[in-house]
Structures are given as structure tokens and as C-alpha cells.
Design a protein around this ligand. Structure first.
Ligand code: AGV
Ligand code: CA
Length: 318
């Protein structure tokens, strides 16, 4: 008798190079049921070159250098503060990464919307998309190649602030938006109009999981594992979060990534949402009846279940 194994879930990952974006990549690479088809880097909460380096170094450690990387060439309307964008430079200098040589030329990588279209159209299985930065590449890919729409199984996006305050604190803004949505509010607005199967992990849930010294101590107690050590080092760089806008760094992207593996840890609600495209509330993800733009929204998470899961996964040895 032959046993047939189910195909792994095909995933495209679009990240924007902050510390938790990279830990999301590490976490993805520990998941048994996932086939990572490609990685897109959006130059939003990072400088592209730094983020390419870190991504290559992580793939090298994971022995997954064959995974394709593409680069986003679009820039959002509302740029991230440069202090945040420069912060991940430290990551490439950390002891476990600094000696990993990964030379590259920026123009060797495909442009992200092209990679999205190609990977989705040639995939035998439907593809799910995990985004831990803005959604600009996906929205432009949908514009250019509408045929990909039918093959998208689910989109999981760290983005939004529905029933809680946003984390954008800047001029001409009411503080109602989350940064990934606000970077390109026009694209974010369009994404919802596509009415695709979309799950968002907004600040409503992320606010429950700050990077805490308690958790870093737990990680440190298992630092014989490379991924635990990396996670501890990466998160340690976030403890001095630049106070011009907010004081706490949360596990935003890592929480969204974990949804792929432990959806049972989340309380979700289906709701009709709209994204404000312009004005002082631009990027606000607001409840709006009658839009028919149904989104699955993570409202809360079982925090200890999530932390235990992370501690287990970061024992993975590549
Ligand atoms: O709004 C959360 C998103 C996540 O994708 N990012 C960081 C995460 O990668 C923007 C952000 C909000 N506050 C920040 C951010 C901070 N204090 N430092 C860096 N980025
Ligand atoms: Ca991010």
C-alpha cells in the first residue's frame, strides 16, 4: 500500500526588513507543512541593500539558498522614519551573521510583481501570501496580471488597527492607522476592494505580545539552539525602540506568521472593513457596513500558547 502525502502549503512571503520580519522568515523556515516559493522584499521599514543581506544570510544558515528573492521597486506615499529604516543595519553585524559572506548585486533580483505573477501562475497548487510589510507589490501584481487572482488561496497580512488606536504618530494624521497600511493607503484601499480571502493580524491582537525581558530570558535559557540565539539577539536590538513615535516593539510580524501554523490560538471575527485612502485618517482600517469587503480579523491571541509555540519552533536545527 502506498501512502500519499498531502502537498505542503505553497507560500509567497513579502517582508519589509525590520527585525521581526526576519524572525518571521526564520519561523517560516521551521514550519514542516510549508513550501516557501519565494521571498519579496519591500523597501519600507528598511533600506533594501541591508534587508537583502540579512535575508541571504538567513537563507544560508537555513541551507535554503535556492529560495528565490525578489525586490519591490515601489515606494509608498508615507515613508517610514529613517531611524527605523536604518535600525536593521545592526542585524548584519551580529556575531552569528557577521561572518556569513553573501555577495550580491541589487539588479540580479527580479522585480517583485514579476516574481509574484510567475510563481503563482506556474504553481500546481493554489498559493497563499504572507505579508509582514505593506501590500503594494501584491496590489500592483493583481493590476498587471489579474489571472493570479483565481489561484490565491489566502492572504495573511500583519496590518491594521480596527478597534484600537493606530501606531502612526505624525504630522497631519489623526493616529488612527497602523504603519503597514499607512505606507501606501491607496494600495491598501485597493487590496480590500479585490475581496480576496484576506486575514489580517492587526494591532488589536499584536498589542498583547510585546517583546518583553521575561520572554528574552526564556529564549536565552535555550541559546544552545542557533535560532533561539538569533531571535534573542534580533529582539534585543529592539529594546531601545526609537521613542519619537512609540516606546514598545511588539512581535507584530512573528504573530502574523504564526497564524499559518497555529490558527487555533487566535480569536477571529469576520467583518466588513474599509481603508481610508487619503486625509488625516488615511490608512485607517475601519468597520464599515455595506462595503461587502469581508475580512477575517484577528481580535486576540492566546498569549502563552503563542509564546510556547515560539520557544518550541526556535529549537529547530537547520
Ligand atoms: O506596525 C508594525 C509593523 C510591523 O510589520 N512595522 C514593524 C513591524 O515589522 C512598523 C513599525 C511600527 N512601530 C515600529 C515599526 C517601531 N517602533 N520600529 C520599527 N518599525
Ligand atoms: Ca514588517
Amino acid at each position: 500500500m502506498t501512502t500519499k502525502t498531502l502537498p505542503k502549503r505553497a507560500i509567497l512571503f513579502d517582508h519589509d526588513g525590520s527585525a521581526d520580519d526576519f524572525l518571521s522568515l526564520v519561523l517560516l523556515l521551521t514550519m514542516k507543512e510549508i513550501n516557501l516559493l519565494g521571498i519579496s522584499i519591500t523597501p519600507a521599514d528598511c533600506f533594501l541593500e541591508d534587508a537583502i543581506s540579512t535575508t541571504l544570510k538567513i537563507l544560508s544558515i537555513a541551507k535554503k539558498k535556492e529560495i528565490e528573492i525578489s525586490t519591490g521597486r515601489f515606494h509608498g506615499i508615507n515613508a517610514f522614519p529613517v531611524e527605523w529604516r536604518a535600525k536593521p543595519k545592526i542585524l548584519n553585524a551580529l556575531p552569528d551573521l557577521v561572518t556569513i559572506d553573501t555577495p550580491f548585486a541589487v539588479d540580479q533580483f527580479k522585480e517583485s510583481t514579476e516574481m509574484f505573477a510567475q510563481r503563482i501562475l506556474t504553481s500546481k497548487e493554489p498559493v497563499s501570501i504572507l505579508m509582514t510589510g505593506p501590500c503594494t507589490n501584491l496590489v500592483h501584481a493583481l493590476d498587471k496580471t489579474p489571472a493570479i487572482k483565481e489561484k490565491i488561496e489566502e492572504i495573511v497580512w500583519m496590518g491594521g488597527a480596527v478597534d484600537v488606536e493606530g501606531n502612526v504618530k505624525t504630522y497631519n494624521h489623526a493616529g488612527t492607522a497602523e504603519w503597514n497600511v499607512y505606507w501606501d493607503p491607496i494600495a491598501s484601499n485597493k487590496l480590500l476592494q479585490h475581496k480576496l480571502p484576506l486575514t489580517i493580524i492587526p494591532l488589536d491582537a499584536c498589542n498583547q505580545v510585546p517583546v518583553s525581558i521575561e520572554f528574552l530570558k526564556q529564549l536565552s535559557s535555550q541559546s544552545e539552539y542557533l535560532y533561539s540565539r538569533l531571535a534573542g539577539q534580533f529582539w534585543a536590538t529592539t529594546i531601545d525602540t526609537i521613542p519619537s513615535y512609540e516606546y514598545i516593539y511588539f512581535m507584530w510580524d512573528v504573530l502574523a506568521t504564526s497564524y499559518l501554523d497555529i490558527p487555533e490560538a487566535f480569536v477571529t471575527e469576520e467583518m466588513e472593513l474599509n481603508v481610508h485612502p487619503t486625509g488625516p485618517n488615511s490608512g485607517n482600517t475601519e468597520r464599515k457596513k455595506g462595503t461587502d469587503q469581508w475580512v477575517k480579523v484577528a481580535k486576540s491571541v492566546n498569549k502563552s500558547y503563542f509564546y510556547d509555540y515560539l520557544l518550541k519552533q526556535f529549537k529547530y536545527t537547520p
